[in-house]
Design a binder for this molecule. Structure first.
Ligand code: HEC
Length: 125
């Protein structure tokens, strides 16, 4: 009787496969394409308010730094879909989940706050 261990192994494998993606989506951001994210960040106008390198800005009031954002992906996407205040919303029809993940990946490649210190001219405007 070798069939029982095989069935058990198959069931275990199926359970692991079923758990895998769910566990991943809770723990880490989907893997995005930072190169494409850069294009989107510029094309969709994020840069106009948040700065070309995510350094934050003053488009119509203080706009947060996005470089190396510490927001979890879910919170990041929530802000795109339903901004907390003045930011215009980006619905899934204009910016898909996949594209949001690409922008998120791009933001992680930016210099962040330490890089911003080297750019006092930009910050003072
Ligand atoms: C017209 C200006 C404007 C544009 C365009 C804009 N934002 Fe924003 N964003 C804001 C403002 C202002 C806030 C502060 C919160 C609010 O007003 O909703 C903000 C907040 C955020 C936050 C929260 C940051 C934090 O640390 O709390 C994220 C993330 C974000 N924006 C991402 C984006 C992305 C990605 C794009 C492009 C797809 C974008 N924003 C386009 C103005 C803008």
């Amino acid at each position: 009787m070798h069939i029982v261990p095989q069935l058990a192994a198959a069931a275990l494998l199926a359970a692991l496969l079923a758990l895998g993606p769910a566990a991943q989506s809770q723990d880490e951001a989907p893997r995005g394409d930072a190169g494409n994210g850069k294009q989107l960040y510029l094309a969709d106008g994020c840069f106009a308010c948040h700065g070309r390198i995510g350094q934050g800005g003053q488009y119509y009031g203080p706009t947060p730094v996005l470089a190396q954002t510490e927001l979890p992906f879910d919170a990041f996407e929530q802000q795109l879909r339903e901004p907390v205040d003045n930011m215009p919303p980006f619905a899934a029809a204009v910016l898909s989940d996949r594209q949001a993940a690409d922008i998120y990946a791009y933001l992680q490649t930016l210099a962040g706050r330490s890089g911003v210190k080297a750019l006092p001219a930009i910050l003072s405007h």
